[in-house]
Every structure is written in structure tokens, then in C-alpha cells.
Design a protein around this ligand. Sequence first.
Ligand code: GDD
Ligand code: MN
Length: 407
Amino acid sequence: MPYPDDLVPSPDGPLQIEAVDPSLTPLQLSLIVPTYNESQNVAKIIEQLTQLLDDLIPGDYELVLVDDNSPDQTWQVAQALIPQYPQLRVMRRETERGLSSAVIRGWQVAKGEILGVIDADLQHPPEILIQLLHPMRAGTDLAVASRHVSGGGVSDWSIVRRFLSRGAQVLGLLIVPNVVGRVSDPMSGYFMVRRQAIAGPHLNPMGYKILLEVIGRGQIKTIGEVGYVFQEREDGESKVTWKHYLTYLGHLVRLRSRGRIGRLRHQFPVQRFLRFGIVGLSGVVVDMVMLYLLSDPSTLAWGLTRSKVVAAEIAILNNFLWNDAWTFADVAKAQQGWQARAKRFLKFNIICLAGLSLNVLLLNFLFNVVFSQQYRYLANLIAIAVVTLWNFWINLKLSWRVTQVTK
Ligand code: GDD
Ligand code: MN
């Protein structure tokens, strides 16, 4: 045996989770801690997790640290902790690499009914575990720690980083809406899932975003979300590079090609969409009237561009107010206060403006390329229909967020 007794050998073969053997007495929770060059964080995170879980479910959990043979010998540092923490297991992988497969290999050797994952670098606050475990014990299939529900956030991110993160989410919504649209923070690497819900299918995750794979291939019926603030890293460094963005894109496309898109039809909120459309029409009327009042020679006689910009912005405000009070009234009620409202308005505004650019691009493309410079009004109609859908869907998911939260 190349492995000393106290290291867990890494499984090979397909990335597939087994149902728990009923002859074993399973543990309640197996929490995977993936590491790469985290030697400075290991002792801290293991101590904090142990303290919390010893209080909550003493003797009924395990921590599985999966290290990819880190050059800083994280695995060795962890191994030295085993005598002190009997519920700690350490896996050193020497052939395979990568965050997502590390998590799955950890789940493969796990004994728990509930399978979880948490980063080792203390950017995921350990206390949230309690709130994740709560819905899981009540029978929820998946509990996700989210930066984008109340109580959630990021500590110190630049506008650029926020924008990149949201951009990735929008891209995901466009490519695999029925996977990415089910949770408010599909990029989260902090969650728990019921073993039953993911036992069976071959998992084939790419890059960092294991949660997408879990939602895309598992049998996830109920989801709980818990807000958390993504902490700043104090020691060690992030392993994310620009290549991860490409990998993410590849993952989306592969999830997409699984032909589950038909299910979208059942999930599409028809009533909301109709209301959104009616509000949209009211906006057209407001825009027209304002344009008349501002630019007509018999009234204010402003320049056309200035009038149009002001008219459009007033129409956007009109639409926002109606959507907030009617189309998404239930969501708005759950997120009261002027700050939450202002935030929704800002998002709505940005999305509508992006929609406007999309409209212009699409109109040009359809008219010039597809219809060889004919049917300009048909082209416009199609562009408007597509952009209305875009506006609706992105606003539904980002401005008035209704994710499938069960409790
Ligand atoms: N075993 C193993 N192999 N672990 C890895 C690898 C790998 O190739 N790459 C990273 N890790 C470990 C890190 O040591 C850390 O514990 C965790 O995975 C997250 O890696 P970071 O490099 O710190 O990622 P981040 O801070 O950008 O976090 C992003 O990804 C997380 C995924 O877990 C964010 O999107 C988080 O929201 C998300 O939770
Ligand atoms: Mn990190």
C-alpha cells in the first residue's frame, strides 16, 4: 500500500455517487473541504468546523479534506491534525486535479446521508453551516449558501468583479435557464445536497462550478437558500484564472445539450409574463405622450434626442412602478424598504438599457442579414418580441428574484 493508514485513498473510475449501503450505519453529514495550497488555513478551518459540528451533531459527522498534492504540503499539515480531530479524514490525490472532481471524490468516500462542501480559506463563514443543515434535516434536497438573498453579499468587491460575476450568471441564464435559474447564486461553492438526490448519474463537472452539475444532473425537487457574506481571503491566494471563465462557458454548453430544455415550458410563469407585457405597452404610451409633450413645436419644442432620452427614462420609471406594484407584487412585498426598492429600480434600468442595445443590434441583424433589407417592420416586431422576453427573464431572475426557495 502506497498510503499510510491514516490517509484515505482516492477512488478512481467514474465520478459517480453511490446510494449509502443500508447495512452500514451512515453518518448524518459528510463535509468536503477541498484544498490546494491552503496550509496556512487548514488548522483554523478544521478547528472552527469541529467546534460548530461537535455542538450540533456530535459524533454524527465527518470532515473529508481533499488535497491535490499541494506543493505547500497542505495534506501533510492536515494529516498531522488527525490525532486531535478523530472525525477528520484526509485524501491526497496524486493523479487527478481540479476543484470539482476533488469534491466528488470526497463524496465518493463519504459515509454521510447529507453531502456538503465548504472552501478551506475561511471565505465561507462556518456558522452558516447551522442554517444549511436546518432545511436539510427537514427534508430539503439542496441547501445553498447564497450571496444574493437577504443577509448575503460580498465584502469588498470592485465594480468590475461584481460585474463579471453577474455577467457570468446572465450568460448562464441565457444558455441553461432551467439550471442556473433555479438558485440565486449558481456560482456558490458552499452548499449541502441529499445523497439520494445525486446518487446514480455520472457526474462530469468542469472547472469550479460543481453546483451547476448537481442541479443539472441530480433529482433536486426542493431547494433552500441561506444568505452569507463572502469574506475576504486573509491567507493564501485564489486559484481562479481567466481560463476558468472559458471552462465555465464550456460547462454551460454541455449542460445545455442534455435536452432538458423542454422542461422550461412547464416552469415559464405565463401570468407574470402577460402582466409584464401589458406594463410594457403602457410604457410605449407614456413614451409617446412624453415625446409629444417635450418635443412637439406646439409644446416645449425640445430637441428630438434630448426629448427621447427623457421620455424613455420616464417610461422606464413608469414600467418599474407598475411591475413592482403588480407584476412582481409578491416579490416586492418580501423585499420592502426604499433601499431594496432603489436597488430593484437600478437593476431594472440597467437591464432595460441593455435590452435597448440588444434591440438595435437585432433589428439591424434581421433587417440587413436575414431579410436582405426587406420587411423592416416584421424585423422590428421580432426584435421587440425577443427583447421583451430578455427583459422579462433577466428581470425576473435578477431584479425581482423568485428562486425556488422552499423555506
Ligand atoms: N482539491 C482542490 N483542487 N482544491 C482546490 C483546487 C483544486 O484544483 N482549486 C481550488 N481549490 C480549493 C481552494 O483551496 C479553496 O479551498 C477552494 O477550493 C476555493 O478556491 P479559491 O481559489 O479560493 O476560489 P474563490 O475564492 O475564487 O471562490 C470561488 O469559487 C468558490 C468555489 O468553491 C467563488 O465562486 C465562491 O463563491 C465559490 O464558493
Ligand atoms: Mn477563496
